[in-house]
Design a protein around this ligand. Sequence first.
Ligand code: 7TS
Length: 419
Amino acid sequence: MNAVQTPLKSRPAPAFYIERLRADFPILKLEVNGKPLVYLDNAASSQMPQPVIDRLVRYQTTQHSNIHRALHYLSEVATLEFEEARRKLQRFINAREEREVIFTSGTTDAINLVMHGYGRKFIGAGDEIILTTLEHHANIVPWQMLAEEKGAKIRVVPINDAGELLIDEYEKLFNERTKFVGVMHVSNALGTINPVKQMIAFAHARGVPVLVDGAQAVPHMKIDVQDLDCDFYAFSGHKMCGPTGIGVLYGKAAQLENMQPFKGGGDMIATVTFEKTTYNTIPNKFEAGTPPIAAAIGLGAAADYLSAIGMDNIAAQELALLDYATEQINSLPGVRIIGTARHKAAVLSFVIDGVHPHDIGSLLSQEGIAVRTGHHCAQPLMRRFKVSATSRASFAFYNTMAEVDALIAGIRNVQKVFA
Ligand code: 7TS
């Protein structure tokens, strides 16, 4: 009955199909220390396929100018392409309106925009902001800065030993002072997929808006912001096969319209006198100055590239990689996986008895294998697991089962060196 399935829907996808996709990524042909590159640091930044590189070259060689300001040919072309990129991103996350897509420099910038634009206007002394133990520093520090400035308080949702949020505890944190919830969709350090739709519904029933940090979700699964009903959703281009320096803040139009601007300058104004400035409408109100035009257009191409493969197919292939890698790592004595949630995306954090993660990282790199070692910008989470750091393999759809085998061989080698 599965005759109509695309190749990636079978788990794992046939090797020839993955090889065809890999051929799109020039960097994957590199050798590192005389070995084929095994790139397993996709949660930090993914690689860029040729169609996205080509799009950037086409923009720079035939379309570049500043946008929204001149009537000459190139300015009109660049403006049209930039706004078309916004529509591509709108479709990619199923936003209701294109003006709900704000281009930012990344997830961090998007969250800071909400903190300044929404938080500083609507959150005051004694108010409470709910975050979770899993959060990346990008969704902790801005809220701490706000809490300090306003005299607000941060409440934190605890997790269990598998790295899953305790939803009962989340619900108990709400009271009449709760003004905001910030939660990541997928944990960058553990891979846990959080039940954000359920959490949003609970918050909304109490009149509380929710920001979802989607940096690790957008590259790996189909995101529908209308279905989630989140007020804000933040993500980065460079984790979804796009360029660095570009990201998106999705916000419901009604929320964005009520917010104050974050950055002041050109493009975000309607009129300026030295007595008073009036602001532009959204999205321009939040895009002061010349935006990263090329990067936004590149990100539009990345969204097209991922959509052509199909986000459900990508999720299925990455899950097959995760299952296989989990099984293989579990078979190694002395290696422990940190983060064993029932619902996980393709992130595998581990520790090896008696070996510091930084030594693991350098020894694996000698074999051409790229993993991230450290606290993954989630120090409170590391503390919860009583580790200072982990090693993390994070997969993309272009990774192969053979690369998982290379990782496992690399880990065995590390254990031999430290035996
Ligand atoms: N939120 C999450 C969940 C992230 O994983 C990251 C980056 C950010 C926010 C910040 O994104 P940026 O594009 O603004 O920097 N995470 C990682 C990581 O796991 N390893 O390197 C960067």
